[in-house]
Design a protein around this ligand. Sequence first.
Ligand SMILES: Nc1ncnc2c1ncn2[C@@H]1O[C@H](COP(=O)(O)OP(=O)(O)O)[C@@H](O)[C@H]1O
Ligand SMILES: [Mg+2]
Length: 303
Amino acid sequence: MDAISRTELPGLPLIHRGKVRDLYAIDAEHLLLVATDRLSAFDVVLPDPIPGKGIILTQLSLFWFQLLAGVTRHHVVASEIEDMPKAVRAHAEILRGRSLVVRRAEVFPAECIARGYLLGSGWKDYQRTGRVCGIPLPPGLRKNHRFAPPLFTPSTKAKVGHDENISMDALRAMVGESAANSLASLTLEVFTRAAEHAESRGVIICDTKLEWGRQGEQIILVDEVLTPDSSRFWRAEEARAALPEGDPPSYDKQVVRDWLEHQPWNKTAPGPRLPPEIVQVARNRYREIYERIAGRPVPHLSD
Ligand SMILES: Nc1ncnc2c1ncn2[C@@H]1O[C@H](COP(=O)(O)OP(=O)(O)O)[C@@H](O)[C@H]1O
Ligand SMILES: [Mg+2]
């Protein structure tokens, strides 16, 4: 199947190109969120897309939005091309499966991260300071320690460069006391419900990054949800075999990061070209994660 790296949709005004998504205005209240096949790693968009990745990410987010309907409101208005406005249907071939009509929200300027395990930047923080995002933790924890309950560790959304972890107090100062408290409790509820579902399908969600927006008086879940781009996963059977002493292999886009770590590259744009076999491995990984979690083939994805 052909990869879609970048969309141009005559008739629809482009308002933003993110690392992975192209956003178009539909009307004052609605946006079209198009997930392309671009792959970013270490905050750099790589020159080679992963064919079908945008479809897999969109379908996985959609699966979660539906599963989480009892936990939170979300931004999705339409997910099937036939239910979208005419200006969108005109580009059905490009957009099918990878696009959502969403409610336009005022996105909170924070990444809302839930951590079920001590790894990644949390583990680095802990080793240096004994804390994660300002939360003091007992001494002597191992890497991959399980947090029960999970931790809420917000970070800034850097326009350029890397996001920075911030404390709950800093979040309160940014968005106000009441919104900060809501973001923390909603994020942890989403994580807990999703982790429970994933575990029943043989996937452990280690941590995830959510984005929330304000729409009138309401706080709604926006952007992508619980995908391999926004989350770290383990295969449950590999986690059981490795923990507590060991380090389960990651089951997300880490396959690409691992390959990149062995290249002569200083992690600034442009990134290296990916060999076709790495593209294939990454594509299979994204697809397998969807199939495990949702328990069915990826809708709209052709071979
Ligand atoms: N419902 C929404 N209303 C307004 N903006 C949104 C909504 N959902 C997602 N966004 C924004 O759309 C962009 C998605 O593009 P993406 O490629 O993921 O960007 P990034 O490079 O910031 O990760 C993000 O800036 C996100 O905050
Ligand atoms: Mg994003």
